[in-house]
Design a protein. Structure first.
Length: 303
């Protein structure tokens, strides 16, 4: 005894008893037809009908998620074009204002915003993301964000930021669209663009974003024409064990000697990070202050 299966995409599946010891699955999709055969041992005849609802059917024409992702990516690009590229911060959503890393991240974001005179981008969430948002606002520089509907910390039930204007951030439904935005925000179109990726202490989400950006730099999908600095903020030796693991990877040969070190700059303090960016972009905080003073003087003389 055996059974045969006939399936038609978008309709229903019927299993009926048969005396054959072979299953034939016929899948009809537009004009194409495929047949797959499987050998089975003899079993008792099965007579049963399984019907798929419209929501459960595999109708490729009815799948709109691809178009929705594409539309969300487009919205990310539009937000970046409006606010400008700049520094993207990755970090924990769980380290609140009472944590020492929150204070350090806030100060770092303020100093970098002043140094590079650029937009500050983050996940627009709580924790260290809130710290960098606050820091950039203290510097009086533009702030943008790609929020995700659910965060590991607070604000989990809301798609809205508690104080940022709605035109400064986008709440993403799709992680892929959000990552497109975070990457595009640091891609340099010309030598005047001053961008960077700063990885603050964080957990699984932070490491996911960090290593994805690191891989894109490694494969020259980011910085192929104009390099983009990637800074790993090793506050209080937070990432030291991760760095030890990557050294072990070198010993095993899964990464080349010196390869990881060439992809990022490990910084143990804010001053080290600022010095690296000053050297990378051949600028200094005093130069930025002079530019602001000069602009202010020109404005006064025009008045």
């Amino acid at each position: 005894m055996g059974f045969s299966v006939a399936a038609s995409l978008g309709s229903h599946i019927v299993l009926r008893g048969a005396h054959e010891t072979r299953i034939k699955c016929q899948l009809f999709c537009r004009t194409e037809q495929n047949s797959v055969g499987f050998k089975f041992s003899k079993h008792k005849a099965i007579q049963r009908a399984i019907f798929l609802s419209k929501q459960e059917s595999i109708e490729l024409d009815e799948r709109k998620s691809a178009n929705e992702v594409r539309e969300e990516i487009k919205q990310c690009y539009e937000l970046i074009n409006r606010l400008g590229r700049g520094v993207v911060y990755l970090g924990s959503s769980r380290m609140g204002p009472g944590h020492s890393h929150y204070v350090q991240a806030q100060e770092l974001a303020k100093e970098i915003a002043n140094l590079l005179d650029c937009t500050t981008w983050s996940g627009a969430g709580p924790g260290l993301m809130d710290a960098v948002t606050q820091g950039a606002m203290l510097a009086g520089k533009p702030v943008g964000g790609f929020k995700i509907g659910k965060e590991a910390g607070e604000w989990t039930a809301s798609n809205f930021h508690p104080y940022l204007p709605s035109e400064n951030y986008l709440t993403c439904r799709f992680f892929s669209a959000r990552k497109h935005g975070l990457v595009d925000a640091v891609v340099r179109n010309d030598s005047f663009d001053k961008t960077a990726v700063v990885a603050l202490p964080g957990g699984i989400g932070t490491l996911d974003e960090l290593f994805e950006i690191m891989a894109l730099i490694q494969l020259e999908r980011i910085g192929s024409k104009l390099p983009v600095p990637l800074l790993l903020m090793n506050y209080d030796s937070f990432y030291s064990k991760l760095l030890d693991f990557l050294n072990v990877c070198e010993d095993w040969g899964t990464v080349s000697k010196g390869e990881v070190a060439s992809l990022w700059k490990v910084c143990n303090s804010n001053s080290e990070a600022l010095a690296y960016l000053e050297d990378f972009y051949c600028t200094s905080s005093s130069d930025t202050s002079k530019d602001v003073t000069k602009l202010y003087s020109n404005h006064e003389s025009l008045s």
